[in-house]
Design a protein around this ligand. Sequence first.
Ligand SMILES: [Fe+2]
Length: 293
Amino acid sequence: MTVTQLAYLGFEVSDLSAWASFGTEVLGMERVDEGADGSFKLRMDRRNWRLAIHPGPADDLAYVGWEVSDLLGPIEALEARGVEVGWGHDLTGERAVESLCFFDDPAGVRTELVTGSAQQLDPFHSPKLLGGFVAGQLGLGHVVLTANDKAESRRFYEETLGFRLSDTIVTRYFGYDIDMDFFHANPRHHSLAFGGPQPKKLNHFLLEVDRLDDVGLCMDRTLKAGLPLVQTLGRHPNDGMLSFYAQTPSGFNFECGWGGREVDASTWQPTTYDRLSEWGHHPPMVLSPRKPK
Ligand SMILES: [Fe+2]
């Protein structure tokens, strides 16, 4: 396999201070690496950083960083498909990596492949979490990206970056047709998923915690911060994740989950599920509290 994990995400956000309190107070990450332009990074494990927050009007994903075991294999596969690949020599210091190349995926998402991400000896302890984040070798979590053409994006990610299909979900969800593919690059059930076009370059990113209570506590902090809940607590059938979804200060969503399944790539057989959730994950609009008499 070529890609070994989801290394980092970079966001361009219009409200830096909202993201600073969201990242530290709601998510429980540590703010590090202040930039002269007001940008900053967020840390969640031994990696120097996992999320980068840049000022700008887009309120969207700016780039995705995938760790690879070797850069030359994917570069050859990308160039064979006619994809223009650039070398990011001037970005290695900023990203704290040894080497970096970049290109746009079929939907125009800036994608960076990196090797040699900087790490720290000291383990990370969140002041907000009872336990810790499930990250490390499994990567920062997962990301659900926009895709103009799901079949084209699937061929691209499988054939150039070595992602493997975990499974597919085809269903209807509160009036929407869902047809999503989920991909693994390491034992995490999925590091990447996509279904179709999204209003922004990503639908959501997931952070996983190792204590169930930290999902509930993160939901409490989310509600206290006034961030809109997007899906109630629920359990997905494919990765087994117990999670909730809410909106970041930039309008795209985040998922906080616990109990994600790991896959053994040597024996894994993809299946198709006919439901998005075993229970829960209701949008708040279906919650209709009974009016007091
Ligand atoms: Fe998710």
